[in-house]
Write a protein that binds this ligand. Sequence first.
Ligand code: XLS
Ligand code: CA
Ligand code: CA
Length: 437
Amino acid sequence: MTTIFSGVPPIRFEGPDSDNPLAYRYYDADRIVAGRPMKDHMRWAVCFWHSFCFTGMDPFGWATLPRPWMAGPVDLAAATERLDAAFDFFSRLGAPYFTFHDHDVAPHAMTLRELIDGMARLEPLMAERMRKTGVGLLWGTANLTAHPRYAAGAATNPDPEVFACAAAQVHACLETTHRLGGENYVLWGGREGYDTLLNTDMRRELDQYGRFLAMIVEHKHRIGFKGAILVEPKPHEPAKHMYDRDAATCAAFLRRYGLEGEVELNIEANHATLAGNSFEHEVATAIAHGVFGSIDLNRGDPHNGWDTDQFAMDVGELTLVWRRILKAGGLRTGGFNFDAKIRRQSVSVDDLFHGHIGSVDALARGLLAAADLEADGKLDTFVSQRYAGWEGSEGKAILAGQVSLADVAKAALNRNIEPQPVSGRQEFLENYVSRFV
Ligand code: XLS
Ligand code: CA
Ligand code: CA
């Protein structure tokens, strides 16, 4: 089978001294790091939509990228050609996983029936190519944003018939994901929010969204899907405000609707930037609330306010994210999905390889640095010493709820305490961490 990627040789690990730009310099899949092979830590995936459906089009310009299957209306033949090109790409890159939306893989569909039928035809073709190449499915998801019916939201739409269409799409896509052995199922609510509060009953919409997620969880258990259900926070774009604003907002939402323990978060680096938070903050918050699930590894641009979906390259940032994940025991069902796209001017066929190779290597370098940092242990020691007072009997009694506000106040006055400020050592710690990156 010949595809547009046939001219690019399979990408292999060649080590840091290699001069070959089409090789991994740090990602050595079977290398043991902190007790596990790199590939088991990273569990990385290529996303179908940006890699094979994005044509380079922007609001000001037409398609620039060679994507022959997108040249005309995507019928079954074009969708099959696209699928073959995608699996050829995954294999050449050595990607362990991929991710998809129903609308990315199916032939072009306007009605619900066309989409469901199209997916039913594509699913066995996907299964067959997965078997042949050994590429796994990290997660599937339904596109609940593109179709005009979802302009006012999917689950949060004022019209229950629109909710029903969204339910039908998720029902089908979750079952396909399950049959394909998918390890997670993602929901990203790009239209679950509002453009203006003037026409919006927020309380009602939140209840609708909470019930939608609960129905999905119920169905997951009914069909025996063992993967995680993941919600992906993002503050805005396309809606002016989205209810899944950031990790902390989502954690509170899940708790309110009794979904904690059932639904986790897929944290995207670019969405952290849009929310005005750092990537590390979003991961740390999800972990602290017990809802961390998976990562979308695409960065934004600090200088503009939209979702540029670029390949993440900042090893320093990735080291800090890895540190959080390693400390939390690593990824379970989650992974690192490259929800990233090449630029409009990146018209060479090998550009899609360079994007992934660079970011896979940056991720591997971050892992190596974080593992060294953990092995050295001084940061952990510093942090635990900083809180050591809470391990004393008074600190423990406070946290265990054994003393009241009045008890604590009385003891403070009786003992005439006057605690002295202690250095937070930020500069020292930043210098220390930079030694590992
Ligand atoms: C869009 C989101 C989307 C989700 C999957 O901004 O990142 O691509 O990851 O629907
Ligand atoms: Ca994403
Ligand atoms: Ca995004």
